[in-house]
Design a protein around this ligand. Structure first.
Ligand code: LLP
Length: 399
């Protein structure tokens, strides 16, 4: 293995990615299905290629995610383009490639019709219905409530069905989609939504549409707390909707992001020093909200551990684990009981595979970290270079 750079880095486990995928594959046995990996969770090209090789389709929210999915070799016929603000040029690309497109609003339908005309292709569309089921999660990651910006409300269903009927050369309605939210830890919530969704599918079929796909979105939570809680598995999720799907002879699409990739990775940091102000103790590390924003943005808990053995006399105290960024919002964990580390000690933030690197910024010119993974044989390989100061300067060259 080449020497790991002295800066924060992401370290993934390829065998854990395999296990997570396998859990979904086994859970879906006996159903026609597409596991659409939500690329927004983690867009590392090597990881995408691997998930594609295992058998995933892809769930996209931008033209660039679609371009990356194509580069990673995903079959466009197993890709779904979502979003409440899809741009015409991106819709044209999706139409050309034969990707499933979710209709999110009246103007979105208009744009999809235009895209179909420009591409000269009829588009397979799903209606994203907002079922108004409370996912019981942080407000920022709840999407299926009635006041959310996503999807259409059932009161408007007939308008959309008529609009699809009015465009037989551009649109083929193939299914219905919902996505309730993210970090969901009760599968009853998925069941409640699926019951509503198959009723909509019945109504849509009654009008002569031959629709075959039920897309229940993503959103299954994971055990961020590492405190022994028993969380629902992919099997629990699929079992709760299996009979509904079979009873209507539907193809099931699921869109997992977090539950495929979050627990496969740690952000590895180094302790810069320890300090105390007032009644607060701080462990200051080289990683920060720039590399991992979930704690500051959602108050999210991610488990933190020291990886270097602490000095034998290390006192256990309650620390906030913070980075060097000039913001009091810059923390990776609050009130954590940890042995006092020595300078230079390794400190990992767990479950950093989803929505960490993909949401990383270069705030304070902390350049995005490199990524590595542990292969099946235990060797370590770099899967993305760390960004450098020179990369930043390049944007100004030739101006
Ligand atoms: N499908 C749709 C339509 C979505 O909006 C999302 C996530 C997914 C699938 C994948 O959901 P997952 O299985 O990963 O929960 N940044 C937040 C999460 C935002 C999720 C956005 N939508 C976080 O760090 O927790």
């Amino acid at each position: 293995m080449e020497t790991v750079e002295r800066r924060p880095f992401y370290l993934y486990s390829k065998p854990q990615i395999n296990r997570n995928f396998e859990a979904y594959r086994e859970a879906l046995e006996g159903l026609n299905s597409i596991i659409g990996y939500a690329i927004k969770a983690n867009n590392n090209l090597k990881i995408l290629e691997h998930l594609r090789m295992l058998g995933c389709g892809a769930v996209l929210v931008s033209g660039n995610e679609l371009r990356l999915a194509l580069k990673a070799g995903f079959d466009p016929k197993r890709c779904i383009f979502n979003g409440n603000g899809k741009l015409l040029e991106d819709l044209v690309l999706a139409a050309q490639e034969g990707v499933f497109i979710n209709i999110d609003s009246e103007f979105d339908l208009d744009n999809i019709v235009s895209a179909a005309r420009i591409a000269g292709k009829k588009v397979n569309v799903l209606l994203r219905i907002n079922p108004d089921v409370d996912p019981q999660v942080h407000a920022y990651v709840a999407t299926g409530n009635k006041n959310s910006k996503f999807g259409i409300r059932n009161e408007k269903l007939q308008w959309f069905l008529d609009a699809v009927k009015a465009h037989p050369n551009e649109l083929k309605l193939v299914g219905a989609h919902c996505h309730l939210g993210s970090t969901i830890t009760k599968v009853d919530i998925f069941r409640d939504a699926a019951v509503l969704m198959v009723n909509y599918i019945d109504q849509i079929r009654d009008q002569g549409f031959e629709i075959d796909y039920l897309n229940i979105g993503g959103g299954l939570g994971i055990d961020y707390y590492h405190a022994g809680a028993v969380l629902p598995t992919p099997r629990d999720l699929i079992d709760t909707v299996r009979e509904l799907v079979l009873s209507r002879d539907l193809n099931l699409i699921i869109e997992p992001g977090r539950s495929l990739i979050a627990n496969t990775c740690c952000l590895v940091n180094r302790v810069t020093g320890v300090k105390t102000n007032g009644t607060k103790n701080f462990i200051v590390v080289d990683g920060s909200m720039s590399e991992l924003i979930r704690p500051s943005l959602y108050g999210a808990y991610q488990h933190i551990e020291l990886v270097s053995p602490p000095p034998p006399d290390a006192e256990i105290s309650t620390f906030d684990v913070v980075g060097p960024v000039c913001e009091s919002a810059d923390f990776l964990g609050k009130d954590r009981e940890l042995p006092t580390p020595s300078r230079g000690a390794g400190l990992v933030v767990h479950d950093a595979g989803a929505y960490c690197m993909s949401m990383a910024s270069t705030y304070n010119l902390k350049m995005r970290p490199p990524e590595y993974w542990v292969e099946e044989d235990g060797s370590v390989a770099k899967i993305r270079h760390g960004e450098t100061f020179e990369d930043h300067i390049r944007y100004f060259e030739g101006l």
